[in-house]
Design a protein around this ligand. Structure first.
Ligand SMILES: [Zn+2]
Ligand SMILES: [Zn+2]
Length: 241
């Protein structure tokens, strides 16, 4: 319990002034620190010393002030949309200046799942989670998360029109045991970095033949080591539609 201490000081004009102070007993400071810590929040997106940026550490007193921070909640792509696996604090300044989107591990908006998703794998920092939407053509770009894209491909395969038009192959790493469980069969492999038009044509013809036989197809690029460059080949998987 704090005790009030009063003492009297002389002013320059000779009058006496009474001053009050609070004195805290040992241990009480810790309690005060805890109280302050509870209201202490740090913006997770401040990353520079821009003099225009507000303070990185903010103290919240919700009853007395307009709350100067926001909670950003966003998803992991591999769970269903709306899982809200990640939650960050962002100050008004960073929010207004788009720092959440600029941050490597901040969210981007996936149109297909209509959810905010972390931009890259938080444990290896390497794999980007944003791809072009499976149904968007090469010359248009609609951000989609890898989770929604894979869920689409596992259900519908590559859109036939894109195959017909010989568009870029949207390959990805799939879980092979999951694909087998879902009824997919591993098909032919193609050399990926081939500049040879023949082989690309062969790939498209192979996929179109499978589609013609009543299958859907997707393209797996297998495992790739970090820093090893692109994989050598891609494998077509198919499943009766
Ligand atoms: Zn900030
Ligand atoms: Zn998504």
């Amino acid at each position: 319990m704090a005790t009030k201490v009063q003492n009297t000081q002389l002013a320059f004009d000779g009058s006496a002034v009474t001053r009050s102070r609070f004195r805290f007993a040992p241990g009480e400071y810790d309690e005060l620190r805890e109280l302050a810590a509870e209201h202490r929040v740090e913006c997770d997106f401040h990353y520079n010393d821009d003099p225009h940026a507000g303070a990185r550490v903010l103290y919240l007193r919700p009853e007395r002030e307009r709350q100067p921070i926001f909670k950003l909640v966003y998803d992991d792509p591999w769970d269903e949309p709306g899982n809200g696996r990640y939650s960050d604090t962002i100050c008004e300044w960073c929010n207004d200046n788009g720092y959440a989107e600029e941050n490597d591990f901040g969210p981007f908006y996936c149109e297909r799942g209509q959810h905010a998703v972390i931009q890259r794998n938080p444990s290896n920092g390497w794999r980007g989670y944003e791809v072009n939407d499976p149904e968007a053509d090469d010359d248009e770009y609609t951000p989609c998360c890898v989770g929604c894209a894979q869920r689409f491909y596992k259900q519908h395969g590559h859109p036939r029109e894109q195959m017909d038009e010989g568009q870029r192959v949207r390959c990805d790493f799939y879980d092979h045991s999951e694909l087998r469980e879902l009824g997919w069969t591993e098909g032919q492999a193609f050399f990926r970095n081939s500049r040879s038009a023949d082989e690309l044509e062969e790939y498209h013809d192979y996929c179109l033949a499978l589609i013609g036989d009543g299958n859907i197809v997707l393209t797996d690029q297998g495992t790739t080591g970090i820093g090893m460059g692109g994989p050598d080949d891609v494998t077509v998987w198919f499943k009766p539609s």
